[in-house]
Design a protein around this ligand. Structure first.
Ligand code: FAD
Length: 276
């Protein structure tokens, strides 16, 4: 029996039906005894009320709710107000991110990088919040170079990040190399792998391509060969992701963060497959 801590990620649904489905999924996923459940935040304004609604529901259900918080398009005053709201609602942990400009357009606002948001959080709220940040074992798609991206990550830690969650990846070596490189820079914070259970192929490929995650050729070809055969896609996905998690656990990862996509079945199956 492997007993590694896990955390879960949700996104705020846009409809009352979606909210009800998510509540049902959460009720099932609490069987995993997650360390915390985080909820994404729509960069630039969309779905931010939904984030608060979901994270408060998680808190009211007795679990630890963690809001994501993006700074793109924000002002220093709006960041301060949001932090005060999170504190008043009893939250002590945040995932601090830059976010992306909606469809690549619009204005950055008063913040250009996540580092500036972390600095603002520390200035405004001292050490009230445990700050999680994003990490990119395969390099952020907009980074000038892998070295520049590592420096950007180190800057987030220097600004006050307490731990990191990675972008999804399918290549364990990329993760282990990233961890080795940041440790060589003297960075000690936990770097938790972000795990995406596989439930379909076209959505996964689109999402991976947009976020700079490489789907290895052998996996892509296999997934494509299944066509609309969801059962085979899920069985293959479970097999591949269980093997990845087992390798990560054997390599000493501190915990696993599951991108649930608001569904319980795939995450429960994967956690079960690794004996959680
Ligand atoms: P940063 O760390 O600021 O990095 C962004 C880019 O800027 C990188 O290429 C970096 O190399 C570069 N950079 C940083 N500092 C400098 C500098 N000083 N000079 C030059 N270049 C620099 N998005 C959402 O909208 N909502 C969410 O809730 C959300 N949750 C996420 C959760 C996780 C775990 C992850 C991995 C991603 C999430 N994202 C979310 C996506 C994220 O917002 C995007 O990947 C975004 O493009 C980068 O955000 P960041 O916080 O990593 O930015």
């Amino acid at each position: 029996m492997i007993n590694i801590p896990v955390s879960l990620e949700f996104f705020p649904p846009k409809t009352p039906e979606g909210m009800a489905k998510l509540a049902a999924a959460r009720a099932e996923l609490y069987a995993l005894k997650p360390e915390f459940c985080s909820v994404t935040y729509g960069a630039g304004g969309s779905t931010q009320m939904g984030t608060l609604q979901v994270v408060q529901a998680i808190r009211d259900e007795g679990a630890v709710g963690v809001p994501h918080f993006t700074c793109i398009g924000a002002t220093r005053a709006s960041v301060g107000e949001t932090l005060d709201g999170f504190k008043a609602a009893g939250f002590k942990r945040l995932v601090a991110l830059r976010g992306d400009l909606p469809s690549g357009s619009g204005s950055f606002g008063e913040f250009r990088y996540a580092t500036e948001l972390i600095e603002a959080i520390r200035r405004h709220s001292d050490d009230h919040f445990h700050i999680e940040v994003a990490a990119y074992p395969e390099t952020h798609p907009q980074a000038r170079s892998p070295e520049a991206d590592l420096k950007a990550f180190a800057a987030k830690v220097a600004a006050g990040a307490n731990s990191a969650i990675t972008q999804m990846f399918f290549n364990a070596d990329a993760y282990f190399r990233f961890v080795d490189e940041v440790r060589a820079m003297g960075i000690e914070i936990p770097i938790v792998p972000g795990i995406m259970p596989i439930t379909n192929s076209s959505g996964l490929m689109r999402f991976a391509d947009n976020s700079g995650c490489e789907i290895p050729r052998w996996m892509r070809l296999r997934l494509q060969s299944f066509g609309d055969d969801t059962k085979s896609i899920k069985a293959f996905g479970l097999d591949v992701m269980a093997a990845l998690c087992e390798r990560l656990i054997a390599g000493g990862v501190p915990s696993l963060h599951f991108y649930t996509m608001n569904q319980s079945a795939a995450t429960l199956a994967l956690a079960g497959a690794i004996g959680h």
